[in-house]
Design a protein around this ligand. Structure first.
Ligand SMILES: *Cc1c(COP(=O)(O)O)cnc(C)c1O
Length: 423
């Protein structure tokens, strides 16, 4: 690559960074605010080395586990929490929640259109994997969001049936070109649903959302919120696991499915240290801010290049995902390969589009992470179909996000699918 192209890429990144300086300052402020909340809870519960100790067997009176759950409940404004390394993923936690709250013959209503792809088989929308909600006799429907990408409260109220037991809100865009839903924008529909039917559980898929806004869904009246520990709230240190936070009534139902009725949250040992979960939570406000800075910088750079992004660089965010329309398969591949080449782990792997089970189109994925599959670490992926949208998320440090962006742009220029300079 020519020297002037290299310089043009650096200058482009610098220009974008200058443009978003005020946003970065706001992120620093929010980071401090969330850090104060986390610290206050650690101090209130007198967190000490004994909380990090492993346990074995049944795990009765596991102080590390029980205290972590109390801290999560406090942080999210919830009455109770389940925070467990034994929950394998976000999908597992969402399934656990749905199977806990729904009963045969009851109805699940999604207020945010079709849920995240991995929920298809849980609900029984596609595939014939045994054990779906459908097989158990649970009914499902969803309502469209408004043109502006907001929850349509009237439509949700209209879709409630006598059997409706859970209204599901997905906070993050997932792999859809829609706006994510901020917790404060959930308030109206939550209030309306509860006014009409106080017995309905409003459940929020909070994946990718924690620490992005000032408040969380429970603060606005949601009954239960669910997320993964290898996304935001694990701070990049939690090695596995997921959390559920909510009302005592909701958590009591879910904990009966977590282990067994009558046993619930009382059991569950962990033979490794709880330290990474505590330390990860302590780091999370910072890590999330780093990921958001990386997302904002990427959005601004591609906006300066004339590409379409969601959210736009200056929009208020509800999650850490940045979608960029690459408008060509070559650009999408070059971008992902450039991100991978700049990874701290597996940098020599070259991502290619492949037929991933459960997806109609080929998918490309760049992820060179310390914790396998952790998407709070920098990763980029997407299905290979027009308009060739790359979904980028994470970044443990902003410096790395910036370096990876430079690498991605360099790959694109080298592959001849992007021009910088002389714009
Ligand atoms: C990541 C994610 C999930 C599923 O989480 P996994 O840990 O990958 O199973 C569900 N919903 C949303 C919106 C997500 O972003």
């Amino acid at each position: 690559m020519r020297q002037n192209e290299r310089e043009a890429i650096r200058e482009l990144i610098n220009e974008a960074e200058r443009d978003v300086a005020e946003l970065f300052r706001e992120l620093d402020e929010r980071e401090e605010k969330h850090t104060r909340r986390v610290l206050a809870l650690f101090q209130e519960h007198d967190v000490a080395v004994r909380h990090f100790s492993p346990t074995t067997g049944y795990g009765y009176d596991d102080i590390g586990r029980d205290t972590l759950e109390k801290i999560f409940a406090g942080l999210f404004g919830a009455e109770a929490a389940i925070v467990r390394p034994q929950i394998a993923s976000g999908t597992h936690a969402l399934a656990l929640c749905l199977f806990g709250l729904l009963t045969p013959g009851s109805h699940l209503l999604s207020a945010t259109e079709k849920p995240y792809d991995t929920m298809d088989e849980v609900i029984g929308l596609t595939g014939d994997a045994p054990g779906s909600l459908k097989e158990m006799g649970v009914l499902y429907s969803d309502v469209r969001m408004t043109e502006e990408g907001r929850i349509d409260t009237e439509a949700v109220l209209g879709a409630i049936r006598p059997e409706t037991r859970v209204v599901l809100i997905q906070r993050s865009r997932g792999y859809a070109w829609r706006a994510s839903v901020r917790p404060k924008d959930m308030a109206e529909v939550i209030r309306a649903v509860h006014e009409k039917r106080p017995d309905i559980f409003v459940m929020v898929d909070n994946c990718y959302g924690a620490f992005v806004c000032d408040e969380e869904p429970i603060h606005y009246g949601a009954d239960i919120a669910v997320g993964s520990l290898i996304k935001n709230i694990g701070g990049g240190l939690a090695p596995t696991g997921a959390y559920l936070v909510g009302s005592s009534r909701a958590i009591a139902r879910v904990e009966a499915r977590l282990t067994a009725p009558g046993i619930g949250r009382e059991v569950g040992s962990y033979a490794a240290s709880y330290r990474p979960f505590y330390q990860g939570l302590f780091m999370a406000p910072h890590t999330v801010a780093q990921a958001l800075k990386t997302a904002i910088l990427s959005a601004r750079v591609f906006e300066l290049l004339g590409f379409s992004t969601t959210p736009p660089a200056f929009a208020e965010r509800a999650d850490i995902i940045q979608a960029i329309r690459m408008e060509s398969p070559e650009r999408m591949v070059a971008y992902c390969q450039g991100i991978q080449a700049a990874s701290p782990v597996d940098s020599t792997a070259v991502p290619e589009p492949w037929d991933m089970p459960g997806y109609q189109d080929q998918v490309i994925m760049a992820a060179g992470t310390f914790v396998a599959g952790a998407s709070i670490e920098l990763s980029a992926d997407g299905p290979m179909r027009a308009p060739f949208t790359v979904y980028q998320q994470g970044g443990l440090t902003y410096a790395h996000g910036r370096i990876a962006l430079e690498s991605a742009l360099t790959h694109m220029v080298e592959q001849g699918c992007l021009q910088v300079g002389g714009r």
